[in-house]
Design a protein around this ligand. Structure first.
Ligand code: TNX
Length: 535
């Protein structure tokens, strides 16, 4: 504050105090290299964005619209402009998502190998501008200027994700879009969408109407109904909205456990055909799908047939976690299947664990016929890993390490290492109720997705990246969900993007102050970490 404003004759804004304290470098995630120069580039009535190709033009239009909104300046995409975007496949950056951004007092130049790289270059440019640039309406009295810099940047990992769980508490379409908007500011590029679980089935499947009539409704202990699902049209809309922000939506169809809601709709899916309801309380349901029945496979394949065309992602997540084996032990059809398929117990695995592996491998083969690769939670290691599966390591890092040592790709999301954003982020005597445990911001920030063992064994390249999980048992509504997810997801964004030698928690804490103002622009109800923390 206190800086002289509007010293340019062309300045159209009324004179006033600079409200933003944003003249430092506040970019999250921190770029791999940045040099600051003297001076600023100031947006004004002459500002235009020039795009050298059709793909650059799409990115240019996206940002022109955004900048017009907050600044009130008539920033257009034009033949010539002082913000210039171009794609150069031969650019010297570490990977396809990289970019260079050069800001001088006369303008900004962004070059990238791909449109996605341009998008990230422009996000960095926006983060050099005052944080009010994220405002949904015109903000007066701001000097819309960016410090002169030279940035060369590219992500450390290709998978930088969030998992959203609309099953325990539904997340309306507009809320999902808000997250896509905000996550793209911080260069996240994957949204893992956990669409089915014990407590609710959230995706319309035309062949099985009871999934939305029955499985999408949970009545809690107080008689309150919790319901909601996405129509296929809404799914397409969200997938498109995500793609416009270079975010790939990875769908999850949970199987063969965590499916009480579907079983409530179609009881024949379980071994005993129990007549139930979507699970009312949290925790793991013992009633699971029955792999002794061909009907179960038919159901899952039919569901996949309707899901695959909605999601262009190369990956399809098939769940696989927390499937109690008790019902299979007591089921004649499951035991018959075990015998027929020769799924004998061995020193490491029970016959039922091998039956689970049989299920996963059958689904893997089916999805392969549709051109999809599978991801599964780390339990898919039990009973033998499906040949081309990617493992999502959540019960610590061991599953991920084991998978990488077998030359399988891995996404790290270990709960104990700060990737579970459903745990407390401050003193539990003060904080609203959560599922339990502590994940303070610094813990999330400090996580390195590449374990030392894999570095030593030369297997680091199997780690595709990292993900923050937002299980929603205690995320009742939008405000509570925001509160749990922000700001910790910004730490996930930075560990997914920034190389270790560029990370700095103290500096991240400083930059987060600026990010809060950006989050305000999106009406995010973030948590502010308290100085006094539990230990
Ligand atoms: C375990 S993580 C689960 C979820 C719960 C979560 C609560 C995983 C693959 N399964 O079903 O929501 O714990 O933290």
């Amino acid at each position: 504050a206190g800086m002289a404003l509007c010293f340019l004759a062309s300045c159209a804004e009324p004179q006033g105090e600079v409200k933003s304290y944003n003249q430092g470098i506040n970019i999250i995630p921190t770029p791999q290299s940045l040099v600051q120069h003297d001076g600023f580039f100031r947006l004004g009535s002459n500002t235009a964005i020039a795009a050298a190709s059709p793909e650059a033009k799409t990115v240019a239009e996206f940002f022109a619209a955004k900048m017009r909104t907050a600044t009130g300046l008539n920033i257009q995409v034009a033949e010539k402009g002082n913000i210039q975007l171009s794609v150069d496949p031969s650019l010297d950056v570490a990977n396809d998502e990289g970019y260079t951004l050069d800001v001088t007092k006369d303008g900004a130049v962004v070059v990238a190998k791909t449109a996605q790289g341009l998008f990230y270059g422009m996000q960095s440019f926006l983060q050099l501008l005052p944080a009010e640039i994220e405002s949904p309406s015109k903000v007066n009295g701001i000097a819309w200027q960016a410090p002169a810099v030279s940035i060369k940047d590219a992500p450390r990992f290709g998978y930088r994700g969030i998992m959203l769980d609309p099953c325990r508490h539904f997340m309306p379409v507009e809320n999902v879009k808000k997250y896509l908007d905000v996550l793209s500011l911080f260069k996240m590029n994957r949204m893992h969408w956990h669409l089915t679980d014990d407590q609710g089935w959230r995706i319309e499947i035309k062949k099985y109407p009871k999934l939305t009539e029955i499985a999408s409704k949970r009545i809690d202990g107080e008689g309150t109904e919790h319901s909601g699902y996405y129509t296929q049209e809404e799914i397409k809309e969200i997938v498109k909205y995500a793609a416009d922000r270079f975010i790939t939506v990875v769908p999850e169809l949970e199987l063969p456990g965590h499916e009480m809601a579907a079983i409530a709709a179609y009881p024949n899916l379980s071994c005993k055909g129990e007549q139930g309801t979507p699970r009312v309380i949290w925790g793991v349901e013992d009633i699971v799908m029955c792999p002794g029945k061909e009907d179960m496979f038919t159901f899952l394949q039919d569901v996949i047939d309707e899901m695959v065309p909605l999601f262009p992602s190369e990956y399809f997540h098939i769940g696989g976690d927390e499937c109690p084996k008790i019902s299979w032990k007591n089921c004649p059809l499951c035991q018959k299947r075990i015998k027929e398929e020769g799924l004998k117990a061995d020193s490491k695995h029970s016959a039922e664990e091998r039956l689970q592996s049989y299920v996963i491998q059958r689904m893997e083969k089916y999805l392969a016929t549709k051109g999809k690769k599978i991801i599964g939670w780390d339990e898919i290691l039990e009973g033998g890993l499906a040949p081309s599966a990617t493992v999502m390591s959540w019960r610590g890092e061991d599953g991920g390490i084991a998978a990488a040592l077998m030359d399988h790709t891995v996404i790290m999301t270990p709960g104990g290492n700060g990737m579970y954003l459903d745990a407390y982020q401050g003193d539990s005597k003060i904080e609203p109720v959560t599922i339990g445990g502590y994940t303070l911001l610094e813990k999330t920030y400090s996580y390195d997705p590449i374990p030392d063992t894999l570095v030593a064994m030369g297997k680091s390249n199997y780690i595709l990246g990292v993900q923050g999980n937002t299980w929603s048992e205690y995320m009742y509504d939008e405000a509570k969900r925001d509160y749990m997810v922000f700001p910790r997801i910004l730490a996930v964004a930075e560990i997914g993007w920034t190389n270790l030698d560029r990370k700095d928690y103290k500096d991240f804490e400083r930059r987060i102050e600026n990010a809060y103002v950006r989050l305000d622009g999106h009406a995010i109800n973030y948590h502010i970490p308290q100085p006094e923390q539990p230990n």
